[in-house]
Ligand binder design. Structure first.
Ligand SMILES: NC(=O)c1ccc[n+]([C@@H]2O[C@H](COP(=O)([O-])OP(=O)(O)OC[C@H]3O[C@@H](n4cnc5c(N)ncnc54)[C@H](O)[C@@H]3O)[C@@H](O)[C@H]2O)c1
Length: 384
């Protein structure tokens, strides 16, 4: 079998996580052909992660006939154009979240329409090209999440309530403060993960019981709680906002009347929170991606581990910590690339696909409209 030749675009935090995760793909499925970014340390990155070549020209990657799949891990406002160009060039595509967005902040209604239009255009390109679009939503591939879904399917559990929580003490990235860079604030940057996971889980649950899946409505409150706070009031928080929200709470109602409640926030001190609770009619699931208790450590001091980060977004390594263990696996980054490589090699559909990226984005922009208009946004009609 021919190996899948990969081009990775972007070598920031997420690009490094993709590069690290490719090393775990089993079955000799892929070959790391090239890596592309605008970083001064690109050569070092390429060497560290075993890429055959490196370039700072996306054009060059598009024209390379050897490349089978382009993995886009660049800032969100570049995704749509890069995805379309890759499909037009006859490449399969992997794209980080969000697939696209509405980057000119305007009314919620207008932004939902804008996002929907962009999604239609991407869908048309996918159909025209006949290529596979893989949506890099790592939560779908997190082993505890996958196991919970598997058990729910086997038991044919009815799930009335999903509760997802994500966030940390605030992003250090300057661009996080700007709508034009991310298409929103914490809701799109972080909330996209539990929203996608809730949609995926609900779809699987309904499919297992041969029921129809749909998203009936979205209701949201979102605001920038720390907008006017002084540095002293912020304390250890790193929240920073030019025109984005730092907190959002979304209620999704599915076609069967059941709910998912999602909270994302930039003022959650302590560590990085990625968890989901699923309440079924015969079972309950507590899915702890981070923090989890695979390894709890107590450090009296930092000696010897000064360069380590035991837990992302904590205040240092000392004291008790929920220390990260094989984070790339537990948080689903490795699993997603395994699925994507298999899909491209054998021509099958990924678990996290265009439909999931589309539904997630529709919920997010319906949520922004809901928060602005202070009302529920109906996405599909349903008889009460
Ligand atoms: N799944 C997750 O848990 C997760 C976590 C963080 C970020 N992300 C996503 O990953 C993406 C990147 O985030 P990040 O935090 O790594 O960002 P970053 O700003 O740290 O890195 C972006 C990279 O893109 C490169 N780049 C920018 N413009 C380019 C161009 N024209 N051609 C080639 N390379 C270009 C930059 O040089 C840089 O290496 C975003 O979509 C973000 O939403 C996902």
């Amino acid at each position: 079998m021919k190996k899948v030749n990969v081009a990775l675009i972007g070598t920031g935090w997420a690009g490094a996580m993709h590069a690290r995760s490719y090393q775990k793909v089993t079955g000799r499925l892929c070959s790391l052909k090239t890596v592309c970014s605008l970083e001064p340390n690109l050569e070092e990155f390429a060497f560290k992660w075993n890429f055959e070549s490196f370039t700072n020209s996306y054009e060059k990657v598009l024209k390379d006939p050897l490349i089978d799949v382009i993995d886009i891990v660049t800032p969100p406002n570049l995704h749509e154009e890069m995805v379309k160009q890759a499909l037009k060039a006859g490449k399969h595509v992997i794209c980080e979240k969000p697939l696209t967005g509405s980057f000119d902040k305007s009314s919620g209604k207008k932004m939902l329409k804008d996002a929907e239009q962009k999604l239609k255009e991407i869908q048309a390109e996918i159909e025209k090209s006949g290529k596979i679009l893989c949506y890099a939503e790592n939560w779908i591939y997190s082993p505890p999440f996958m196991r919970a879904v598997e058990l729910i399917e086997k038991k044919k559990t009815v799930v009335p309530l999903i509760y997802g929580q994500t966030g940390h003490k605030g992003s250090h990235a300057k661009h996080a403060a700007y709508w034009k860079a991310n298409g929103g604030g914490t809701l799109i940057r972080q909330g996209s993960h539990p929203i996608a996971a809730a949609i995926y889980l609900k779809k699987k649950e309904l499919e297992a019981r041969e029921e129809r899946f749909g998203i009936q409505s979205v209701f949201c409150d979102a605001s920038c709680i720390t907008k006017e706070w002084s540095e002293q009031e912020k304390g250890a928080l790193h929240t920073s906002s030019f025109d984005v929200e730092d907190w959002a709470q979304v209620v999704i109602t599915f076609s069967d009347g059941t709910k998912a409640t999602i909270m994302s926030g930039d003022m959650l001190l302590g560590q990085i929170y990625n968890r989901m609770e699923v309440f079924g009619n015969d079972s309950v699931y507590q899915i702890n991606m981070t923090p989890n208790n695979l390894l709890e450590t107590y450090m009296a001091n930092d000696t010897g581990i000064e360069q380590e980060e035991l837990m992302e977004k904590s205040e240092g390594n000392t004291g008790w910590q929920h220390t990260l263990v094989i984070e790339d696996v537990i948080r689903g980054y490795a699993g997603q690339l395994q699925d994507f490589m298999e899909c491209i090699a054998y021509g099958r559909k990924p678990q996290s696909d265009f439909a999931l990226a589309r539904d997630t984005l529709k919920v997010i922009y319906a949520a922004y409209q809901s928060a602005e208009e202070e009302r529920k946004i109906i996405l599909e009609n349903r008889k009460e």
